[in-house]
Design a protein around this ligand. Structure first.
Ligand code: NAD
Length: 366
């Protein structure tokens, strides 16, 4: 399936919108820490809060939860006063809490748009988990609302801020490995049947939106290009009750303008360690595992122009939650220094467009 003119128009339009974003008043002051309100206290928020604790420019100052006991536990852990604990009904009152500069949204996918929009209207910067939303239209609305409210929007693509991924991108851009011919990438796991991830109303779609997005996003930053052609297949075991609302497995191929091809796979049907492998005209490079919270491992063999033959074997010794510390550091710096995040809403929207194309190519209504 070729990407349509309409899709390119959307992407072009958001890039232009990004360049026209109104500037914010600089909020920098020596030693100032950006105060985060955490919306949704699930697994990822737990890691984010732990990551923030090690950040020199960020702190957790407020919580939004539907479970008062859980909120009280986290409030005690992070020294948050009872007056800064909200629920989903009264969270708009964050507007009048001056300790809150930004929110972090760790909710099921279908709730990202609503809570981004409510937070932006309350005058708070937004760091929203991936996938940005469940539809392109929601993503566009999130960007427009944040722009109109004069707040920053970043999508929590933690790998953009992670050191092994950054090293790989630098290495590929240096030209040492030559020209990318092919990329293989996969990420999946066996999803519990009670998880919101298999409920369409909360997840939007299945593994593609949850973990396949890592492969898609990686192919885009590894090549530094946008895919020009996409084709995909999907399969769901009809006898598996987990997959009545969302698909079980998706595979897709992308072609990039340089001619580079990418072959990706994702599933909720069984364990599939996240990795990518890049084949070039001078060798290969892989990160496996690539998408976990620690234990990333880079390996490569290549012959740069003029030599010598090079072998890399670099396990990353950093421990979780270092991804989240780096991510929080970046967003807080952007707020403090009035910079555009490296993964703004527009980056999330590009993925939304491609995710939608992948689903449609696989015959899944999107
Ligand atoms: P989770 O199930 O552990 O937590 C979800 C939270 O949302 C819970 O606190 C739950 O109480 C709350 N919630 C509010 N309304 C809910 C509802 N109607 N149904 C279910 N939960 C409701 O999920 P998670 O793994 O923390 O994922 C949250 C978001 O973070 C998702 O968008 C996911 O894609 C993303 N995520 C990102 C990463 C990453 O590495 N960046 C990793 C995991 C998840």
């Amino acid at each position: 399936m070729d990407l349509s003119r309409r899709d390119f128009t959307r992407i072009g339009a958001v890039s232009l919108a990004a360049s026209l974003s109104p500037t914010l008043v600089a909020q920098s002051a020596p030693g100032r820490k950006i105060g985060y309100c955490i919306i949704g206290l699930g697994r990822i928020s737990d890691l984010f809060m732990a990551g923030v604790q090690s950040s020199p420019n960020s702190r957790v100052v407020a919580l939004v939860s539907g479970h008062p006991e859980k909120a009280a536990r986290y409030a005690e852990k992070y020294g948050i006063p009872a007056s800064s604990i909200y629920n989903y009904q009264n969270m708009d009152a964050i507007r009048s809490n001056p300790a809150i500069d930004a929110v972090y949204i760790g909710l099921p996918n279908s709730m990202h748009a609503e809570y981004t929009i409510r937070s932006a209207r309350a005058g708070k910067h937004v760091l929203c988990e991936k996938p940005m939303a469940t539809t392109v239209a929601e993503g566009e609305q999130m960007i427009a609302t944040c722009r109109d409210a004069n707040v920053k929007l970043m999508i929590a693509y933690r790998c953009h801020y992670e050191t092994t991924h950054q090293r790989v991108v630098k290495l590929l851009r240096s030209g040492a490995l030559g020209k990318i011919n092919l990329i293989q990438s996969a990420f999946g796991f066996s999803c519990d049947g009670n998880d919101w991830r298999v409920k369409k109303a909360l997840a939007g779609h299945g593994p593609l939106f949850d973990v396949g997005i890592y492969c898609l996003n990686a192919c885009r930053y590894l090549t530094g290009e946008e895919p020009s052609q996409i084709s995909a297949y999907a399969f769901s075991d009809p006898s598996d009750p987990r997959f009545t609302e969302v698909e079980e497995s998706v595979t897709w191929t992308m072609k990039f303008p340089s001619g580079a091809l990418a072959s990706c796979a994702t599933t909720f049907g069984g364990q599939m360690e996240g990795y990518f492998r890049v084949y070039t005209n001078r060798g290969w490079l892989e990160v496996s595992p690539a998408f976990g919270y620690d234990g990333l491992h880079l390996r490569a063999e290549y012959l740069p122009e003029g030599g010598p033959f090079t072998t890399l074997d670099e396990p990353n010794p950093e421990k979780s939650p270092y991804h989240f510390t780096l991510e929080a550091n970046h967003f807080s710096t952007c707020v403090l220094e009035n910079r555009t995040p490296k993964s703004p809403g527009e980056e999330g929207l590009r993925d939304m467009v491609y995710l939608t194309q992948i689903l449609r190519s696989a015959g899944i209504p999107a």
